[in-house]
Design a protein around this ligand. Structure first.
Ligand code: ACM
Length: 264
């Protein structure tokens, strides 16, 4: 059994205050030792953009200021960090980066854009990546991707033992739904949400909190509150995600009847 320390870092960013939001998240992370920290979606910019100009202004490339700061933290602490940010590249993507002691390991670009995100971001075009790290196999999806079971399934089929799931939840369903995503794929998930409210440009959004760590058996190992910044750290054994058998006859991956499904 190899235990790893997993942290969910539930923050309350102030819209547009990239440097302050980054500093506040790092201050929370410094309080707890972990092998992997998972931060919310768009943790450094805030979520409720008014127009594309704002997204353009607040987005950053990789490498950029945020990836460099996170990589410095990861190097000093010998750990990994997954965080959501607005990625400036050939388009502007709602992305999550994975950084470690040696710098940026990879970037996931959100595939299923939610509501007004469709006005501001380019949809992700690189599928659902899984990164083989010394601490285990880590897959990434972002927030609304949870509502498409194909996202978590793709990550599980690609070998993910843990789904790192940066989120900004505005609907109440995800924390309970992730129990099913974990159960049906026999994977761990770390859903990290934010808290607080952003009332901008006539759109009033309140974020649900309830960041959580769920086991491959669908157990909610830890769930945070709805209104406070908080960091939770748990020791988990990622090996538990390797066994897809639920009894002597049923293996959740091998028993799939792909010839019977209509997926196109
Ligand atoms: C969401 O995907 N941020 C709801």
């Amino acid at each position: 059994m190899i235990l790893m320390r997993l942290a969910v870092v539930q923050t309350n960013p102030v819209f547009g205050e990239v440097r302050n939001n980054l500093a506040a998240a790092l201050a929370m992370m410094e309080r707890e030792r972990a092998d992997l920290y998972v931060l919310p979606e768009l943790f450094n910019t805030g979520y409720n953009f008014i127009d594309r100009n704002e997204v353009q202004k607040l987005s950053e490339p990789v490498p950029g200021m945020t990836s460099q700061s996170m990589a410095a933290f990861a190097k000093e602490r010998n750990c990994f960090v997954v965080y959501g940010f607005a990625e400036k590249s050939e388009g502007i993507f709602n992305s999550a980066a994975l950084v470690g002691p040696e710098g940026v390991v990879g970037v996931y670009r959100k595939v299923h854009l939610f509501d007004r995100e469709n006005l501001f971001f380019t949809p992700g075009d690189r599928g659902f990546p899984v990164f083989d790290l010394p601490i285990g196999k880590i897959g990434i999806m972002i927030c609304f991707d949870w509502m498409f079971p194909e996202s978590a399934r793709s990550l599980a089929l690609n070998g993910a033992q843990l789904i790192a799931h940066p989120s900004n939840l505005v609907m109440p369903y995800c924390p309970d739904a992730m129990v099913t995503r974990c159960l049906e794929n026999r994977v761990f998930a770390a859903t990290t949400d934010r808290v607080g409210r952003e009332n901008r440009g006539g759109f009033d959004l309140s974020y649900k909190g309830m960041s959580e760590i769920v086991s491959p058996r669908g157990e909610i190992l830890r769930r945070l509150g709805t209104d406070k910044e908080e960091i939770a750290v748990l020791e988990i054994d990622l090996e538990a995600a390797k066994n897809k058998k639920i009894n002597s006859q049923n293996d959740l991956i091998a028993n799939r009847r792909v010839d019977q499904y209509s997926l196109q």
